[in-house]
Each structure stands twice: as structure tokens, then as C-alpha cells.
Design a binder for this molecule. Sequence first.
Ligand code: AFD
Ligand code: MN
Length: 388
Amino acid sequence: MPDITAVKTALADQRVETPSWGYGNSGTRFKVFAQPGVPRTPREKLDDAAKVHEFTGITPRVALHIPWDKVDDYAALAAHAKDRGLELGAINANVFQEDDYKLGSVCHPDAAVRRKALAHLMECVDIMDATGSRDLKLWFADGTNYPGQDDVAARQDRLAEALQAVYERLGDDQRMLLEYKLFEPAFYTTDVPDWGTAYAHCLKLGAKAQVVVDTGHHAPGTNIEFIVAVLLREGKLGGFDFNSRFYADDDLMVGAADPFQLFRIMHEVVKNGGLDPAAGVAFMLDQCHNVEAKIPAIIRSVMNVQEATAKALLVDGEALAAAQAAGDVLTANAVLMDAYNTDVRPLLAEIREEKGLHPDPVAAYRASGWQERIVAERVGGEQAGWGA
Ligand code: AFD
Ligand code: MN
């Protein structure tokens, strides 16, 4: 049986990175529903992120999105974060929201557009130098909508050229995390559609290039935990963009649609050494809460990750390996299901109380009055969002 002290230590040490854009307004291509109290500035986003960390105790790092979080003085922004017990995390590039990028960015047929996109990626690395961020997150909306629209292989060549240039720009302690997505906004081909394409490019680039698994970016029914196990084994799992989906890239609270899948993913993470900080796996949220209050939704997401991780840590690894070796299918499955069916909320509540935290972070947030305060104070100005 797992050593409960080691399990509690691993859970106490776990860290989840929250997305700055998760605190701003969001929606679908049909409508962005504004919410009262939403931040107007990157600093206010950090103020909200500090509340998530205050009540969860495990979210000290905040991912930024450029240009949504562009500021004149990143050192000052980092100081604002530090004053709130936070640090700036991954820098997310954005080469998908300008008119020039209609036919793609780094894969665009026009070299001038490719140069513009590459310049943005290089600017993001400059920002990493200023913020001290380790990771550059690269998601490309690049793709095509019709057969014949562009040359699929030529677009891969253009992509490889840009990735190589960025790779050479990275500092020794910096990484580029290449994120794949099956479709959307392109509907016929996406230039980085799946883990194989991302892995192939990262393998050619070198150790500082790793793959990001966004849990909303696969075809229905994809076995994501298989991908996670293979990428971990290859040393190419740079991190996760956690969210949840019923049909597409729904960006719902992680674990909401399929907590069993999240557990199976975290079981592969735990079993293959991915939870060890030395493995360098970035556990990031990438979610947009369109119809629910944003800060408690992020808190709930963090709790869902914790619960899946706790269950994964409670898997009796020895009994599982023995049953697997013996080909004892039912026992092996039962060992895994025993862990999944364990109610780990009391254990997590105990860990929080031992840290001096309220056992229920959502309840603690609701009692804090922060939501009422930001609704009252954040009047006027232009609310943050991503303008979809
Ligand atoms: C969108 C993309 C992708 C990316 C995120 C942040 O689908 O998940 O990681 O924006 O840029 O959700
Ligand atoms: Mn993502």
C-alpha cells in the first residue's frame, strides 16, 4: 500500500499554474458574456490569482498571454506578483488574432507574414528574459479550411523553420512548449493537430522543445493517458493545459466532464515520474469560464486536479504490478478502481488544515468578500478579455 506520509507530502508540494486569461471575460464565437468585477489590467488579474493561491495554497504561478498582458515594465509586474506571493509563469504567444494571420502565422504562404509572426515569438522570449519565465507556450491556430488551399508539407517546412529560429534564441534555462490541437479555428487541416506532429518537431529541435497536452484538444474518445505515458517515457511531456470538454475545445473546468479520465491521466503522470518537480512537467490550467464565476471556477478546477492526483497517488502500485504481471485482469482493474473510488476529500481537507488553510477553498473564497469587493471597486475602464 502507498505510504500515506509520502502521499500527503506529494499533494502538499503539488503546484498548478493558473492562466491570466482565465480571470478575464471570455465566451464563444457567438458571444462573450461580460461579468461584473472582471479585471481591467494584468495587475488586477494577478490580484485575483493571488486569491486563488490564498485559498488553495498551491497556485503561486500565473501564465501570461501576450499581447493581452503586455505592460511597459515587466520587472514591475513581476514585483506586483511577488508582493502577492506569486511569480510569473509561462509566456503564451498569440499569433492568431491579427488580420495578417487569416491564412496562418509561421505557416503563412507570405514570407512577410511569417517574419511578423516570428518577430512576435522572439518578443515573447525577450519578455521571458524580463519576467524570468522558463516556458514559452506556442499554440498555432495555423491551418487551412479547404483541400488545395495550401501545401501541407510546405507548411510543415515553414513551421520547422520558425521553430528552429525560436529554439536557437532560447536561453539555457528556457523551454519552448509546443501545443497541438485537432481543429479550430481552421477546419480542414491544422498545422500542429496532434501529439505526433508536435513530438516530431520537438524531437528534431532538441531537449528544450517539449509537447503540451491540452486536455480539450483531441478527437472524441482519444486515449489521452496513453499519449501522456508515451510522452513521459520519451522525456517530451512539457506540460498540460488542463480543461474539460464534452464535444470540442469547450474549455470547461478540468475534470468536470470526465473525472475518471483526469484520474487516468494523473495515474500515468504519477506512475511514470511526472509528478516529480525534476520531471519539469508544467501543470497549467487553460480554461475560460463563460457562464460561471471565474475565480471560484478556477479554485474548483485546482481542487479537481488535486483530487485526481490524490486518487492516483493512492493506487497500490505493488499490487497493480503484480496483478499485471500475472495477467490477472480483474484484480489489476480492481486495484485501479479502488483508488479511483476512494473519497480523497477528507485527506485533502486535512492537508489544507495542516497548511493553515480552510479545508474548503471555494467556501473560504465565498466567505472572503473578495467577489463583492471587486464588483464594487472595478467599475469603469475596459474589462480584460480575449475579444472573441
Ligand atoms: C486557446 C487555444 C489553446 C491555447 C489557449 C491559450 O485553443 O488552448 O493554449 O488559447 O493561448 O484556448
Ligand atoms: Mn491550451
